[in-house]
Design a protein around this ligand. Structure first.
Ligand SMILES: Nc1ncnc2c1ncn2[C@@H]1O[C@H](COP(=O)(O)OP(=O)(O)OP(=O)(O)O)[C@@H](O)[C@H]1O
Ligand SMILES: [Mg+2]
Length: 274
């Protein structure tokens, strides 16, 4: 028999790279992630561990791939190769939520706000009683003061983004992804939603990945600031930031906050100049 004809298509002598899970407390394990756009590498053999029950803020130069990173983890953008596991499970066995930057395009305009928020629960086949119970919980935890029976376009930007976050959280996701959720909001609404997010995080401990282009906001909400390099993108540093929650305006003048922000800025500038 001709051995060559029976040879497998891959080289059996080269072992597949060993999958090394992250340390205990890791929620999302990313190994060997590779993504090219138009023949150019964005991520090459990229490894990262995202901790459970923490908020990780993603910060880095323009176009370094912050959105693509969370979109690949959330399954919105396909990866070329690599492995992404959630507590050892694949994405299809994991419940996630996603908050888009552009809340105006995130809601179904033909549905009342309340039906937009309940939509993922209905998709899951929840009964009316279960949907009603979860909606009441969400309204209480977000302390909603506006009328959810209105259509999204009848609400302010901040109210619409609040509703988007409620919708993303409705099915109790294991991970919540947020891509610049404040960038289309005015300052007052940014402060309001930032506080809401922190409150929800303190109530639920939902693992969150937050892309932000505002360093103060990135640090303020974070347990870890993930600083990325220019493309091909690597981890520049992972900075822990441990001030107690709830963080308040007083936090902004704490030396620990100022130090974390300064260090993040230095790393960011080093990477932009490189
Ligand atoms: N579908 C695509 N086709 C080709 N190139 C893409 C595509 N999506 C993203 N890119 C490129 O990949 C890189 C990373 O894009 P991405 O939007 O993830 O960056 P970002 O860090 O979120 O940027 P920003 O700070 O502007 O939000 C950019 O250079 C972008 O042009
Ligand atoms: Mg982006």
């Amino acid at each position: 028999m001709n051995a060559v004809l029976n040879a497998p298509a891959f080289d059996a002598d080269v072992p597949a790279p060993e999958f090394k899970p992250g340390p205990s407390g890791t929620h999302i394990t990313i190994r060997g992630l590779t993504k090219y756009f138009a023949g150019w590498p964005l991520y090459e053999n990229f490894d990262l561990d995202i901790p459970k029950h923490k908020i990780v803020s993603v910060f880095g130069p323009n176009g370094c791939g912050k959105s693509t990173l969370i979109n690949m983890i959330a399954g919105l953008v396909p990866i070329d190769s690599g492995e992404i596991l959630f507590d050892g499970k694949s994405l299809k066995d994991t419940k996630i939520g996603y908050v888009f930057q552009n809340y105006r395009e995130a809601m179904f305009p033909w549905m009342r706000t309340i039906d937009n928020i309940a939509y993922p629960l209905k998709l899951e086949g929840k009964s009316k009683a279960e949907v009603d119970r979860r909606m009441a919980e969400l309204v209480a935890s977000f302390d909603v003061k506006f009328d959810l029976n209105r259509y999204p376009y009848e609400l302010s930007g901040g109210q619409q983004q609040t509703a988007s976050i409620m919708r993303a959280l409705a099915p109790n996701p294991e991970v919540l992804f947020l891509d610049e959720p404040f960038s289309a909001l005015d300052f007052e609404m940014t402060l309001f939603i930032r506080e809401k997010l922190q409150e929800v995080f303190m109530q639920t401990g939902t693992t969150m990945m937050l892309v932000s282009h505002d360093l103060e906001e990135a640090v303020y909400l974070a347990d870890q600031v993930l600083l990325l390099t220019k493309r091909p993108t690597k981890v520049a540093e992972i900075l822990p930031y441990n001030d107690p929650r709830p963080r308040t305006t007083a936090t902004l003048s704490e030396p620990s906050f100022i130090d974390a922000k300064k260090l993040s800025l230095e790393i960011f500038q080093r990477e932009v100049r490189r």
